[in-house]
Ligand binder design. Sequence first.
Ligand SMILES: Cc1cc2nc3c(=O)[nH]c(=O)nc-3n(C[C@H](O)[C@H](O)[C@H](O)COP(=O)(O)O)c2cc1C
Length: 158
Amino acid sequence: MPISNDEFRAALGLFASGVTVVTTTDAAGKMHGITVSAFCSVSLDPPLVLICIEKTTTSHYAFEESAIFAVNILGEDQVAVSQHFATPYLDKFDGIEYEIGVLGAPLIIGAIVNLECRLRHSLNGGDHSIFVGEVADAVFRPGRPLLYFQGDYRKMTL
Ligand SMILES: Cc1cc2nc3c(=O)[nH]c(=O)nc-3n(C[C@H](O)[C@H](O)[C@H](O)COP(=O)(O)O)c2cc1C
């Protein structure tokens, strides 16, 4: 018998993750950003990471047509930034502090890590697409990550 949606969610909710905002710029130059927890490292040589983006999101097409994306790993004080980029605003970057990276994607100021990636593979992942990127540049600073566990934001207690 196949696993139910509720069982799947409950099981996967026990996997603690960080929280990222992934950004890109579409062919017309419009900036896009989505809160994403489905992020992980793939390979050290070459340095590859992946993100999973739901096909129904407004910004999905932008990640398909762009050759680059950035992954911004949020710090523990950036719950509001996470909630902002999980909401479908017309202009996601209105009121957000950012700068444009060397590859052209917006980098969120205050994130503990900014990874700039060149898109290497786009794969079908059911109702999501899996985008694999090669990391071209990484900026990181001391700080504690924002965590997500069982549907809620958490902070490290160590
Ligand atoms: C903590 C958190 C994690 C999320 N992780 C993902 C994810 O990994 N992939 C995804 O497609 N959406 C994820 N979402 C939902 C998107 O951020 C949300 O649907 C967003 O509004 C989509 O952007 P758009 O439709 O405005 O383009 C997450 C939301 C939250 C709050």
